[in-house]
Design a protein around this ligand. Structure first.
Ligand code: BGC
Length: 915
């Protein structure tokens, strides 16, 4: 296309393209990465701009290839060039050609910036590095001491200028690498938690600027146990093995085609131990300053009493080495103490004001040799003392053993804690020589460094805090894998938790890569279980034979990739997970004769419904098999849609027939002709409504009324657990009971969403009453204060209060339909969709005028429903809006507020006093 023939659009530009689900293109594991670009639209003068074609330029080895493709797609378009080879670098830029409503002639955007992509090591045979370890005595009774490893190499002065240097690295354990004393990269807990029996992630770092040309260089690393050898759940220590070690390959290329230099971990390396006596995931780190090996990263001699010894070379693990799809764990925020105070028993406590996941950084500590400073981390106080009981066996304690020298700066290397409070023993603000000052202690927040994409705010500060709590719980539990909780002796990838939370999570952060990576392990583990995925991925209970299938948790195999596809337009994830999805339904779930779940299995069902006793969290009001069956019908329908998308027509037909048949069986089994449901609870009705399990509109209406009655009967308190909580407000809203959704949302007595907020929660709790109204901690064995599952109401906040939700995959088409209610007078939502930034803000004034400002990114469109359409069924079709900024308004009179509790409907009228 000749440039001068094309009018350039003003007001639309493109963000730098991205590859697959990666935020940066270095070390990608795919030879044909898909390309996406978002539109920036500071000025949307050209309304309704839609892409018709795109031009991609690919620069490889100095040659630019240009591809012009007729397609409206801008999300995950196929790699246009031939496959990249291993460790090949390419640069890509894009421009988009489209038409707007005003100009019928095509216009083009400016070209994007060049984005670079570089493959990792695509062929296992190209790993020349060996696995090295130090020869330490290990025992299952105690942690393995972290290792220091190092080696030197020369870059001869006859070598020409270095053109690039890359470090490819992974570990059995977790590592920090150093080149000439400088930390390589800013990752924590790398290589991350994967199913180590099957695969390790590896990282690729650009270390070009760290190599010294014409001189001796030192490549070094510290390796700690990480998930590889730390104690995990009930399984104890070293479940993957006792040999922690490093696999590293440094490749330096020079100008003028000079022969590359490759430095690898091998028998020439030496090892030692350093100041870390232990650094365990659950228990924390003990750091003995007396054992510091100063200068070890730059090749200094051993400190007196220590010795650098030759490493032991072990066979490489048979597991594959894979380039991660998601971002690494990084430090994303620093928080200073809000309060330093004494507890009633005289303990020194620090309050960071926020329950967070990460670790401390301590500066300027100066105490005599052998003096121990102990930091115990806890989420909550009980009776004004730190409460360690919910952490169960996890000690969550870091210890510094002082040496008499000043500790400039220390932070534990290979552990993380979930905490708001820290108890410090051995150091206090009253110390004369070296008082503990707030400025010397910092909390560092750690999590997988996903891009923040969703923002929500409304006129009710408690709801805003509820939402903020959900964001914090997501941050804390997206640390390498999506976990249940980040603090106690668990921190595992429970499948059911992410299944119920993923629609909320996908909005808040760009989760695509991280969850897609975790799903690889889900499939790998599932292969071993005859179609049954383990309930926790990576499975740490692989030594156990029995793996009973569980709905809701096992259904993650279908619903989690489905949510990724819906949010991010990631069709690839559907094909990648298709086998896993099918084997769950075809082999995994145990069916009875009628095709629904067998009734002979106990099911987790509506886990943690508030009526379940503290010690028996699965024993709630809603029958577990009912929950399982409702899910089974629903996921069968979802799989038939997926088969259609993947053009597997036989499967599509089969699952669609199954879906219809199972739905009918479900109806016969559980639903009365009038729409009452056998198991009459908030959850059972919500499941049947949300999963469209009724046979007629009449049944839906009656079930909606019944749910409304149940909610009133409960005095607007929540009566749902993992299965019902994400959907109960959706089910009410879908059946026209918006004000009841709002009423439930705004309830503050226990159990409700706002009860924890009134108790000062800064994260989402595991139980509705993790803390009891009297301030004591729930007596149950399982009481976390940072569990995202019950925060899944965020998805309803986004869809109904904020008012935006996805219709077509990747938000190509989305719905705009805020429904004001309760006491909320305005709301504001923003979402960085795969097409660009969506904004919607509305307010309802005292004259009942509803006003809405809307921003729709180029190349996407919205189906807009003004709230009055909901009360006027004739206007239900919605109106299509294309990219641009819009100001809309209408009159809106919400249903009466507040809705009355059930009992008042029956209360006899007040009697007049008789004299
Ligand atoms: C976890 C939950 C999980 C459950 C299932 C708990 O220990 O924390 O979130 O889903 O077990 O058994």
């Amino acid at each position: 296309m000749a440039e001068d023939q094309m009018r350039i659009t003003h007001g639309i530009s493109l963000q730098t393209p991205t590859f697959d689900s990666r935020q940066d293109g270095l070390g990608i594991g795919n030879a044909t990465p898909q390309i996406s670009w978002r539109f920036l639209h500071d000025d949307l003068r050209i309304a309704g701009w839609q892409q018709k074609s795109y031009e991609i330029e690919v620069e490889r080895r100095g040659t630019v290839e240009t591809y012009l493709v007729d397609s409206p797609e801008s999300v995950r378009v196929p790699w246009p060039s031939s496959p990249l080879s291993s460790r090949e670098r390419a640069a890509v830029r894009v421009r988009s050609i489209g038409v707007s409503q005003d100009f019928k002639e095509p216009t083009t955007t400016e070209r994007s910036a060049w984005a670079s992509v570089e493959t990792g090591i695509l062929d296992r045979k190209e790993w020349r590095a060996q696995l090295i370890t130090g020869q330490q005595e290990t025992s299952l009774e105690k942690p393995i001491r972290p290792l220091l490893l190092r080696s030197s190499f020369e870059v001869s002065d006859v070598c020409p200028k270095i053109s690039q240097a890359r470090l490819y690295v992974t570990a059995q354990g977790v590592y920090h690498a150093y080149l000439n004393g400088t930390r390589v990269g800013d990752h924590f807990m790398a290589p991350g938690f994967t199913s180590y029996r099957f695969r390790f992630s590896y990282q690729v770092f650009d270390v070009t600027n760290l190599i010294k040309n014409g001189s001796k260089n030192i490549l070094a690393a510290e390796v700690g146990e990480g998930w590889y050898a730390s104690s995990l759940w009930r399984e104890g220590r070293q479940i993957y093995g006792k040999d922690i070690g490093l696999i590293a390959q440094l490749e330096i290329t020079f100008e003028n085609d000079h022969k590359p230099l490759v430095v690898t971990t091998d028998a020439s390396w030496e090892w030692n131990t350093g100041p870390m006596l232990a650094s365990e995931i659950y228990d924390g780190e003990t750091f003995d300053m007396a054992h510091e090996q100063s200068g070890w990263k730059t090749g200094a001699q051993a400190q007196p009493g220590t010795q650098w010894r030759k490493v032991t070379v072990l066979p490489l693990p048979s597991a594959t080495f894979s380039a991660p799809d998601g971002p690494p764990v990084r430090a994303t925020q620093e928080i200073q103490p809000q309060k330093i105070f004494k507890s009633p028993s005289g303990k020194l406590l620090i309050d960071f004001g926020q329950n967070l996941v990460g670790k401390l950084r301590v500066r300027g500590l100066y105490k005599p040799a052998g003096h121990r400073v102990i930091f115990q981390h806890a989420e909550v106080l009980e009776h004004e003392e730190i409460c360690m009981r919910p952490l169960r066996a996890a000690k969550c304690t870091d210890v510094i053993v002082c040496s008499g020298d000043k500790l400039e700066s220390w932070s534990p290397s290979f552990t993380f804690h979930g905490f708001r409070f820290v108890q410090v023993d051995g150091w206090s603000p009253e110390d004369e020589l070296c008082p503990l000052l707030a400025e010397n202690i910092t909390a560092i927040v750690l999590h997988s460094d996903m891009k923040l994409t969703g923002w929500f705010n409304c006129s009710n500060e408690q709801i805003n805090r509820l939402h903020e709590n959900s964001v914090w719980s997501m941050r804390g539990n997206f640390l390498s894998i999506p976990t249940d909780c980040p603090q106690r002796d668990e921190r595992l990838g429970w499948t059911g938790d992410i299944q119920v939370f993923s629609p909320s999570a996908n909005f808040l952060y760009d989760t695509d890569g991280m969850i897609a990576d975790w799903l690889v392990d889900l499939s790998l583990e599932q292969n071993e279980g005859n179609g049954v995925p383990p309930m926790i991925v990576p499975n740490v209970q692989f030594a156990k034979e029995s793996r009973p299938p569980q709905a809701v948790w096992g259904d993650a195999s279908i619903l989690v990739p489905w949510a990724l596809y819906t949010w991010f337009g990631d069709r690839e994830i559907l094909s990648r997970q298709y086998h896993s999805m099918k084997s769950w339904l075809d082999k995994g779930c145990s069916r009875g004769e009628d095709g629904l779940w067998t009734t002979s299995l106990w099911q987790h069902g509506d886990w943690l419904d508030p009526s379940a006793p503290p010690e028996d969290p699965g024993n709630g009001q809603t029958d577990g098999v009912y929950v399982a069956d409702a899910y089974l019908v629903y996921v069968t329908g979802v799989l038939s849609q997926i088969a259609t998308i993947l053009e597997c027509s036989d499967d599509a037909r089969k699952y669609s027939d199954d879906h219809l048949r199972l739905k009918q069986v479900f109806q016969e089994k559980y639903i009365t002709p009038k729409g009452m449901v056998m198991c009459d609870t908030q959850t059972s009705l919500s499941l049947a409504l949300f999963f469209s399990l009724f046979a007629s509109e009449d049944q839906i209406k009656n079930a909606g009324e019944r749910l409304a009655r149940k909610v009133r009967f409960a005095k607007f308190r929540v009566a749902t657990g993992f299965a019902g909580t994400p959907i109960v407000t959706h089910a009410l809203s879908r059946t026209g009971w918006h004000q009841l959704s709002y009423r439930m949302l705004l309830e503050t007595s226990c159990p409700s969403w706002l009860y924890p907020v009134t108790m000062g929660a800064t994260t989402t709790w595991e139980r509705w009453n993790s803390m009891l109204p009297d301030g004591t901690v729930n007596p149950g064995q399982m009481t976390s204060f940072n569990h995202y599952a019950l925060g899944s109401v965020s998805n309803w906040l986004h869809e109904y209060v904020g008012g935006i939700s996805v219709i077509e995959p990747g938000w190509k088409v989305f719905k705009v339909q805020p429904i004001p209610g309760g006491t909320i007078r305005n709301a504001d939502i923003q979402y960085e969709s795969p097409y660009g930034l969506i904004k919607c803000s509305w307010s309802l004034d005292d004259a009942s005028v509803f006003s809405m400002k809307l921003q729709i990114p180029p190349n996407s469109s919205a189906l807009v429903f003004m709230p009055e359409m909901e009360v006027n069924p004739k206007g239900r079709q919605g109106t299509v809006f294309y990219s641009g900024r819009y100001d809309l308004s209408c009159n809106f009179h919400p249903d009466p507020w507040p809705p009355t509790p059930l009992e008042t409907l029956f209360k006899p009228p007040a009697r007049k006093a008789t004299s």
